[in-house]
Write a protein that binds this ligand. Structure first.
Ligand SMILES: *Cc1c(COP(=O)(O)O)cnc(C)c1O
Length: 430
């Protein structure tokens, strides 16, 4: 057992001043028991805790670190930009560069508005969809997480799901009465929602690859169905690509699946590790935003120069080489190895993966939606998580989170991870 004495001391102190000791709930390790470690350094594919323990990191700061941590080019870009001022509150050239980069990579995005988090992006995209269509209702899917805006905290994934409160206290029923929730990968439920609310649905918001209830994939034709349905009903299709954007392909999940949404939301990777969000789409829709149109949206720090240069550098670095091929190879290596390790140990696991995103559910049943994901043996996951942590591998501290591989991970890192999993799995078999 490795010592985490300093982390324990820090957490005791944190608990006195910060609710639950953390500034985002999943970090508290409550789903797996025990206490979080405190990170003092992260470089490449490694994160180091306050006691000097080093872990191979598959959390990647929950998605942004696709190039690994502390990429030298990103650090340098931030340092240089900081010397010219950390915020201007008036347009800066980096905003234009960033907007052009996003529009070039994602053809469905003709214009884009930058904000400060994924939550802001989805909240604003929904407001825009409602303003543009002059309709009130929004369809979302069980287990999809779109940040913590009031109207979207209904049957949400991520921390909301992990702690068994997919519907938050403090959200008046009136704020969610226009949110219709349906199961993912279910066509009949979407048809029924449109039939029951004909002419009132502003749009569907969806994670094209849901990664906030673990990870499951759209069934063949499902995203096409959502595209056809929304088009036929005069509703907008909103892809929440805060997680999948620039991760599954240069053009995100929409490129990978060949779907053209009306609006898209981004965050995570486009900030290069600093706080950013963005939403964009057809110019005709985007021009409904203030100051051109009647839909209000704003931000004191939006387009922040440090965040812009960090994100621009990250995207340029991603696009420069064969990053997506490299990530696919590492992902395939991990998938093969993890499946073999589980089989050898006789532990039933559904290992889901697409590109550099993955999740292992401890169940023998297929997982295609939230209800399926709930079959996973969470006690077993908690034991697996702690076993892996003690082997120096840091996975997300919840069954309902995706894992992320970065270009900084090596074949040797993946091998070590598989070996650790093999050892830990054996302790789980009955
Ligand atoms: C992380 C995430 C969000 C929220 O982004 P924040 O920056 O945490 O506000 C929204 N949607 C999806 C799909 C996400 O993965």
């Amino acid at each position: 057992m490795i010592s985490r004495a300093k982390s324990e001391q820090l957490f005791a102190e944190a608990l006195k001043y910060i609710p639950g000791g953390v500034n985002s709930p999943v970090r508290a390790f409550r789903a797996v028991g025990g206490q979080p470690f405190f990170a003092t350094q992260a470089r490449g594919a490694r994160v180091v805790d306050a006691d000097g323990n080093e872990y191979i990191d598959y959390v990647g700061t929950w998605g942004p670190a696709i190039l690994g941590h502390a990429h030298p080019k990103i650090i340098q870009a931030i340092q240089r930009a900081a010397e010219s001022g950390t915020s201007f509150g008036i347009p800066n050239p980096h905003e234009v560069t960033m907007a052009k980069l996003i529009c070039a990579a994602v053809p469905s995005v003709q214009k884009v508005r930058l904000c400060n988090s994924g939550t802001e992006a989805t909240m604003s995209a929904i407001r825009l969809a409602r303003g543009f269509t002059k309709r009130e209702k929004i369809v979302k899917f069980e287990g999809c997480y779109h940040g913590h805006a009031d109207s979207l905290l209904v049957k949400a994934g991520s921390g909301a799901l992990t702690f068994g409160h997919p519907d938050s206290a403090g959200v008046p029923a009136a704020f969610t009465q226009h949110t219709i929730v349906v199961p993912f990968n279910d066509e009949a439920a979407v048809r029924a929602a449109f039939a029951a609310n004909a002419g009132h649905i502003a749009g569907i918001i969806v994670e094209p690859v849901p990664g906030n209830a673990g990870l499951y994939l759209p069934k063949p034709g499902y995203l096409e169905f959502l595209r056809q349905m929304t088009r036929a009903e005069g509703a907008l299709l909103i892809f929440d690509e805060v997680m999948t954007g620039f991760r599954l392909a240069r053009g995100g999940a929409q490129e990978r699946f060949g779907i053209t949404p009306d609006l898209s939301c981004f965050g995570k990777i486009i900030g290069g590790g600093l706080p950013v969000g963005a939403f964009g789409g057809r110019a005709e829709i985007m021009d409904y935003l203030a100051p051109l149109g009647p839909v209000y949206q704003a931000g004191t720090l939006s387009g922040n120069p440090l965040a812009m240069v960090a994100g621009i550098t990250a995207l340029e670095e991603l696009f420069a080489g064969n990053a997506y091929e490299a990530l696919e190879k590492l992902g395939a290596q991990l998938e093969t190895g993890m499946k073999e390790a589980a089989k050898a140990a006789g532990v039933p696991v559904q290992f889901k993966r697409i590109g550099s995103m993955f999740c292992g559910y401890f169940t023998d049943k297929p997982v295609d939606n939230l209800a399926d994901a709930m079959h996973s043996d969470r006690d077993r996951f908690a034991k697996f998580f702690h076993g892996m942590l003690n082997e120096g591998v840091y996975l997300a501290p919840s069954q309902f989170e995706a894992g992320f591989i970065s270009t900084a991970h090596t074949v040797a890192d993946i091998e070590r991870t598989i070996k650790a999993a093999g050892k830990v799995m054996k302790t789980l078999s009955v």
